[in-house]
Design a protein around this ligand. Structure first.
Ligand code: 6GU
Length: 240
C-alpha cells in the first residue's frame, strides 16, 4: 500500500527534524510507509545554492525577512513536481490557531505541503501569491515554523489508520470532534504510593461503575482545569 499521506516540509533547517523523525511512533510510521515525509532545504531550490534567502525590510525595522523571489519558486517547484499539489500550510503567528478539528480535516488529505518561516517572517507577497492556509500553534512567538510543523505532523499522523497500535485509541482523545472534554485520570501499580491510593472503584472489576466514574471524572477535571472547553465553541472563531 502506498503511504496514506505525504508531508513535504520546506525549511532552512531540515536538521531540526532529525531526532523527531527517528524515534518512537513516527519512526515506525515512516518505516512501515504508513506516511511519508520529505524535507526540503529551501536553499537548494533557489537558482543559486549560495543565494541569500533573507533581506532587510523596506522602511527599516529589526530583523530579516524571507525573500519572495526565493520562497515562491521553491514552493512551486515542490508542489508541482508531483500530483496532487496538496494543501499548502504556511506557519506564522498570524495564522489560524491549529486544533484537533483542523488536524482531522488534514488527516483526510493525500498530501500536505508545509512552509516554515524563520527570521521576522515572510515578505507579505509570499502569502499574496501562494494563498497558503496560514497556521499558528498558539499565541506566543517561536523562532520559526519548524516546531509548529512538527506539532501538526505528529497530531495528523496519529489519526492515520494503522499508525497507532490500537485502531480506536484516538477516538477517545480529548478534543476530537464533538469531544471537548479532558481525559479522565488513569492509574497503574502500585495500588498505594506514599499514602496516595488508587480510587477503589477502579479495582472493583465492575465495568459499568468504572465507565460511570470515568465519565464523571472527565467532566469534573474539565470544570477544574479547562472550564473554557465547556463553553460553546463559537466563542472562539479562530480555533480550528
Ligand atoms: Cl507557526 N511560527 C512562529 N514563528 N511562532 C509561532 C507559531 C508559528 N505559532 C505560534 N507561535
Amino acid at each position: 500500500m502506498p503511504p496514506a499521506i505525504r508531508f513535504d516540509v520546506l525549511t532552512l533547517f531540515p536538521g531540526i527534524f532529525e531526532g523527531f523523525l527517528s524515534e518512537s511512533v513516527l519512526k515506525g510510521a515512516l518505516a512501515t510507509q504508513k506516511i511519508e515525509i520529505r524535507l526540503h532545504n529551501m536553499r537548494d531550490w533557489a537558482e543559486d545554492k549560495h543565494a541569500t534567502m533573507d533581506d532587510r525590510p523596506f522602511g527599516g525595522g529589526p530583523g530579516m525577512l524571507l525573500k519572495v523571489d526565493r520562497v515562491v519558486p521553491a514552493v512551486e517547484a515542490i508542489r508541482y513536481q508531483q500530483e496532487p499539489a496538496g494543501r499548502l500550510l504556511m506557519f506564522t503567528p498570524q495564522g489560524h490557531c491549529f486544533g484537533q478539528a483542523f488536524a482531522e480535516e488534514l488527516a483526510a488529505e493525500q498530501r500536505i505541503v508545509m512552509l516554515c518561516g524563520r527570521y521576522e517572517g515572510f515578505d507579505e507577497r509570499v502569502a499574496e501569491i501562494l494563498k497558503p492556509e496560514e497556521v499558528s500553534i498558539g499565541d506566543y512567538i517561536l523562532n520559526g515554523g519548524e516546531v509548529a510543523a512538527m506539532a501538526v505532523i505528529e497530531t495528523v499522523m496519529r489519526l492515520i489508520p494503522g499508525v497507532l497500535g490500537d485502531e480506536n485509541s484516538h477516538r477517545f482523545d480529548s478534543f476530537s470532534t464533538g469531544n471537548r472534554i479532558l481525559d479522565c485520570a488513569h492509574y497503574t501499580r502500585p495500588r498505594e504510593y506514599r499514602g496516595f491510593s488508587v480510587p477503589e472503584i477502579l479495582l472493583s472489576g465492575n465495568h459499568a461503575e468504572i465507565a460511570k466514574w470515568r465519565e464523571e471524572n472527565s467532566l469534573q477535571r474539565t470544570k477544574e482545569k479547562r472550564p473554557d472547553l465547556l463553553e460553546p465553541v463559537f466563542s472562539d472563531p479562530t480555533l480550528r
